[in-house]
Design a protein around this ligand. Structure first.
Ligand code: NAD
Length: 250
C-alpha cells in the first residue's frame, strides 16, 4: 500500500486489459489516476465502479494519435490534481495476420500512429509539467515484439521503435530527474488477445512458445509497471523489463 502515495498518474488505453489493471493497482497504492481511452463508454463504466470503492480515478476520452487530444488530457490532469508525476503509455493495437504481405500502407500508418507516435506525443505533452516538478517517471508499454521478430511488420517496428525511443528519452531527461523505461510483456490475456486465444491450436502454440506454458494475467504486468513507476526502481532508466514467462529466453 502507498507505494505511489499522492503521485498523479496518466494511464492510456485503460478501458480494459493491462491499462485497467494498472489504473486500479496504482490507485490502490495511493496514486491519483487519470485513465484514458478512445473507448470511453467501456472506460467510464468501470471507473464509476472504482470510484464507489473510494479509489481516486477519473477518466477522459482520448485519441493518443492527436496532439489536441493530449492537450485536453494534460489540462484535465492539472485541473483535477495540480501536477503530473507519472505517464504510462499503454494504449496499443495489434493487427492479426500482420505479415508484411498483409500490411498495406494504411494499416502500417495506423499501427505506427497509435503504438509509436502516440507515446511520443504523450511524452511531449507531459514533459513540461515533469520538468516544472523536477521529477517524473514514464513507462512505455512495448512488447517482446519490440525485441525479436515474428509478430508482424508494423507491430514489430512500432514496438521496437518504442523500445529505442525509451532509451533516447532516458538519456535526454536524466538531468531533469525524469526516468523512462520500457515494459516488454509476452502473451497476456486481455481483450487484445481473447479472440486469438480461442483459435484452433492456440493452447499448443502457447505451450510451445512460452517456457511457463501459459499466458499472463494482466495483474502480473500491472505489478511490473508499478515497480517501474515507483521509487523502488530509482536507479533504472533506459532499461527494458521483460515479463514474458521466459519466451525470449529460448
Ligand atoms: N496482450 C498481450 O499479449 C500484449 C503483449 C505485449 C504487449 N502488449 C501491449 O500492451 C498494451 C496494452 O494492451 P492490452 O493487451 O491490455 O490490450 P487492450 O486491447 O485491452 O488495450 C489496449 C487499449 O488501447 C486502446 N486504444 C487503441 N487505440 C487507441 C487510441 N488511438 N487512443 C487511445 N486509446 C487507444 C484500446 O481502446 C484498448 O482499450 C498495448 O500497448 C499492447 O500492444 C500486449
Amino acid at each position: 500500500m502507498n507505494r505511489l502515495r499522492n503521485r498523479v498518474v496518466i494511464i492510456t488505453g485503460a478501458a480494459g486489459g493491462m491499462g485497467k489493471s494498472e489504473a486500479i493497482l496504482f490507485a490502490q497504492e495511493g496514486a491519483k489516476v487519470l485513465a484514458t481511452d478512445n473507448q470511453f463508454e467501456k472506460l467510464d463504466k468501470w471507473v464509476s465502479e472504482a470510484q464507489k470503492e473510494k479509489l481516486t480515478i477519473e477518466c477522459i476520452t482520448h485519441d493518443v494519435t492527436s496532439e489536441a487530444s493530449w492537450k485536453k488530457v494534460t489540462d484535465k490532469a492539472i485541473k483535477l490534481y495540480g501536477k503530473i508525476d507519472i505517464l504510462v503509455n499503454n494504449a496499443g493495437v495489434y493487427p492479426f495476420n500482420g505479415s508484411c504481405d498483409n500490411t498495406d500502407k494504411a494499416l502500417w500508418d495506423k499501427v505506427i500512429a497509435i503504438n509509436l507516435t502516440g507515446p511520443f506525443l504523450g511524452v511531449k505533452a507531459v514533459i513540461p509539467y515533469m520538468k516544472k516538478n523536477k521529477q517524473g517517471v514514464i513507462v512505455n508499454v512495448s512488447s517482446i515484439a519490440g525485441m525479436v521478430g515474428g509478430n508482424g511488420a508494423a507491430y514489430t517496428a512500432s514496438k521496437g521503435g518504442l523500445r529505442l525511443l525509451t532509451k533516447d528519452l532516458a538519456v535526454e531527461y536524466a538531468k531533469d530527474n525524469i526516468r523512462v523505461n520500457s515494459l516488454h510483456p509476452g502473451g497476456v490475456l486481455t481483450p487484445m488477445t481473447e479472440g486469438m486465444v480461442k483459435g484452433a491450436g492456440m493452447k499448443e502454440m502457447i505451450k510451445s512458445t512460452s517456457p511457463q506454458g501459459r499466458m499472463a494475467d494482466p495483474i502480473e504486468l500491472a505489478n511490473a509497471a508499478l515497480f517501474l513507476a515507483s521509487p523502488e526502481s530509482s536507479f533504472m532508466t533506459g532499461a527494458e523489463l521483460v515479463v514474458d514467462g521466459g519466451a525470449v529466453a529460448r
